[in-house]
Ligand binder design. Structure first.
Ligand code: S3P
Length: 178
């Protein structure tokens, strides 16, 4: 495997910019962009919120694992991973075996601003959304910090963030061993 083409996996909390950054990077690199949520929705033929409501979260988590294990090409892709994908036991190791993992990061206040008025995230469909976002962020923060290089997506131009991710990706891909 040519180390230069190993996949790039973007992980991080909801609202940290994984998909926005990933889409731009894939375009710049001439690579395929995949969003784990969208791929699962395509295969299942229904929205993530409907999967949560009808099948339950554990089934959704199994679909995420299936997508990573068998559902995508193993090179030439920029993959934006749903925020909880890497939280499941064993998933970080799985991702690391398949490519370079980089974590998008934003402070809680920015995440709140970006997620308070969206309607496609089932975990946030609760009465006190702010409390829920803060709790989940606090629960997961340590884990995200351990995933790999953290890149701040707050108050920086998108192109600068993408260039930063690309620099880190190139360094890590050069040392990647399958
Ligand atoms: C989730 C994040 C979402 C989506 C689902 C659950 C999570 O993806 O997978 O709603 O547990 O953090 P985004 O991070 O792309 O919003």
């Amino acid at each position: 495997m040519n180390s230069v083409a190993v996949n790039l996996y973007l992980v991080g909390f909801m609202g940290t910019g994984k998909s926005t950054v990933g889409r731009l990077l894939a375009k710049q690199m001439g690579w395929q962009f995949l969003d784990s949520d969208h791929e699962i929705e395509r295969v299942q033929g229904k929205a993530v919120s409907k999967i949560f409501a009808e099948d339950g979260e554990p089934k959704f988590r199994a679909m995420e694992r299936e997508f990573i294990e068998n559902g995508h090409p193993l090179s030439g892709c920029v993959v934006s991973c749903g925020g909880g994908l890497v939280v499941q036991p064993g998933m970080l190791e799985l991702l690391r075996g398949r490519g370079v993992v980089i974590c998008m990061h934003a402070p809680i206040e920015t995440v709140l601003q970006r997620t308070m008025h969206t309607h496609h995230r089932p975990l946030f469909e609760v009465e006190d959304r702010e409390k829920r976002v803060r709790e989940l962020y606090a629960q997961r923060e340590e884990l995200y910090r351990r995933t790999g290089t953290l890149i701040l997506t707050d108050k920086r131009p998108l192109r600068e963030i993408a260039a930063h991710v690309l620099r880190v990706y190139r360094m890590e891909a050069a040392g990647f061993k399958k």
